[in-house]
Design a protein around this ligand. Structure first.
Ligand SMILES: [Zn+2]
Length: 102
C-alpha cells in the first residue's frame, strides 16, 4: 500500500470523505466508526496503535480506489465516494464513457 493514511488524515478533503463514509453508513465495523469520528475530529494523534490498525483495515483500505480503472490516474478524495460507487472510475472517465455510450 503506497498511500500514507496518516498524512491523508491531515488533509481536509480526506476528512470530508471520511465524514461522508460515516454519514452514508458505509463503515460496518462498530469500533472503526468510533475511531473514524475521532480522526475526523482531528485527534488522529491520540489513536492507539490498535485503533490505527483497525482504522486502516476496516476504513482506509476498504474504501479506496487508488487508480482509475480506465486512465490509471489517481483519484482525488473529493471524487472517491463516486469512484467507489461507479466501480472505480474518475469523474473524467465516467463523463467520457457516458459520451461514448459504452
Ligand atoms: Zn479515469
Amino acid at each position: 500500500m503506497s498511500i500514507d493514511f496518516k498524512s491523508a488524515c491531515e488533509d481536509k478533503e480526506y476528512l470530508d470523505f471520511l465524514q461522508e463514509l460515516v454519514n452514508n453508513e458505509m463503515i460496518e465495523n462498530e469500533a472503526a466508526i468510533g475511531i473514524t469520528k475521532m480522526i475526523i475530529d482531528g485527534r488522529v494523534n491520540e489513536s492507539t496503535e490498535k485503533q490505527w490498525y483497525t482504522f486502516e483495515k476496516y476504513v482506509a483500505n476498504e474504501h479506496i480506489v487508488e487508480n482509475c480503472q480506465r486512465c490509471q490516474e489517481s483519484i482525488p478524495w473529493c471524487e472517491m465516494l463516486e469512484a467507489l460507487d461507479n466501480g472505480g472510475y474518475c469523474n473524467y472517465c465516467v463523463h467520457m464513457m457516458s459520451k461514448e455510450g459504452c
